[in-house]
Structures are given as C-alpha cells and as structure tokens.
Design a protein around this ligand. Structure first.
Ligand code: SF4
Length: 232
C-alpha cells in the first residue's frame, strides 16, 4: 500500500511540490480534516493559536493512565481478548514514517495469538497486531474519522516495522467510560483513503482557497470557531 502511494506521487510529480515530502503530517491532522477540512486549514496551514483547555488535556491524560492501570489487573478480558491470548501490550507508542511524511501515537498496541482453529504456517502469520484507540465519550458510536485514524495508525505500524513484518487487518476503539471495546475491520479501501487524504492535505498547504464549511452542528464544538467567519 505504501509503495503504491509513493509510486502514485512519483507518477504525478509534475503536479506535486518538491517540498511535499518534507511536510510532516500527523494522524491527528487526518482526524481534524475528516471533522472539517476548514478546521485542518486553520490549525495546520494558518497555524492559528489554539490551546486545548487544560481540563481537557488533564482528563485525556487521566483516561490513558487509568487504562494502563486497569490493564495490569484485567483478568477476564483485555479489549475483548482473553488475557492468555495477549503476547505483548504497549501503551503510548510513538510512530513515524519518513516515506509517508506521517507521524502519530498509538494509545495501545496489542499483539495476540491467532485463534487455535487457524492453520499457522509460520511465525509471520502466527500473531495479530492490533492498534487500540481509547475514547472517552457519551455514546459508543464509531465515527468515520476514528476508522480513518485506526487505518492511519495501522499503516504507520506496518511502515515503521515497530512490530516486525506484519499486515494489520483490525483495530479496536475502546470506550473507556462504558468499558466497551468495538472491533473495527481495517481494509485496503481504508488504507487507500488514508493515502489519498494525505495527498489532499498536502495540496491544501499550497492552495490560497479556504475549504468549504461543514454542517453548522459541528461548529459549536469546534476549537477554531472564533477564527472562522462562518455564522454560527
Ligand atoms: S467553525 Fe465550523 S466551519 Fe469553521 S472550522 Fe470549525 S467546524 Fe469547520
């Protein structure tokens, strides 16, 4: 998939800018873009000064610490898996791909044994690596931008080789408040969408035009609404 993207960039080099590869995007940029392209434009292109409320930062940090503590004592199930199936479990794993110009942090990466009824031919296929993203929300609904976030983390884990030579086909959204884990398939279509969106984000860097606004329902929750000319 990554090679496909790089070939795509090369084949379209006349339309791309030399500096494109030097722009390091983040997984959070992708999430913001799917929330509203204009929000990405304000945050990353215009770099408006937005400071996340300290309460929000603190609660996110607490949720992550709480999850790490809980995982030490979980005996029945860890993100839907029997603890005996878990080979390794890592928290807050930094990921980076120079080739993609992308970086991010995986809340959790788990490595599990394949189910016993699967024929295991060699070690390459004897385990599954799964990125887990922790959410603290009122409703257990997997949003589109979170699927993309998981797909981007999966690409980064594959590309970074942080877990060896693996193919990731599944991620998990864990709703910390409800203590519920939802398995999310990661397909090649999702991966392709990540790669195409990275290209769009880089194009936005070179455009003078501000992207269109989204539905006003999102604006009241948006951190950059005071910079946006949209009428609320
Ligand atoms: S205020 Fe609304 S239109 Fe403006 S960036 Fe935020 S979500 Fe997008």
């Amino acid at each position: 998939m990554v090679n496909e993207y790089l070939n795509f960039l090369e084949n379209n080099s006349s339309n791309s800018h030399e500096s494109d590869q030097k722009i390091i995007l983040t997984v959070n940029d992708l999430t913001q873009y799917f929330y509203c392209p204009r929000k990405f434009y304000f945050l990353r292109v215009l770099q408006v000064p937005v400071v996340a409320p300290s309460k929000m930062k603190l609660s996110a940090q607490r949720v992550h610490e709480q999850e790490a503590r809980r995982n030490k004592y979980r005996k029945k199930s860890i993100y839907g898996f029997d603890p005996d199936e878990i080979i390794t479990l890592q928290h807050d794993v930094p990921l980076f791909s120079a080739r993609l110009g992308l970086k991010g942090i995986a809340d959790v990466i788990i490595e599990v044994r394949r189910p016993l009824n699967v024929q295991v031919q060699n070690d390459l296929f004897s385990r599954q690596v799964i990125p887990v993203d922790i959410k603290y929300t009122d409703r257990c609904v997997v949003r589109r931008q979170w699927r993309i976030q998981l797909a981007a983390l999966a690409l980064l884990i594959e590309e970074d080789h942080v877990m060896g030579n693996i193919k990731i086909t599944q991620g998990i959204i864990h709703f910390s408040r409800q203590r519920t884990s939802v398995k999310v398939p990661i397909t090649t279509v999702d991966g392709k969408q990540v790669l195409e969106t990275l290209k769009k984000l880089r194009e936005l860097y070179h455009q003078e035009r501000m992207p269109k606004a989204v539905s006003s329902r999102k604006c009241s929750y948006c951190e950059v609404h005071r910079f946006c000319f949209r009428d609320l």
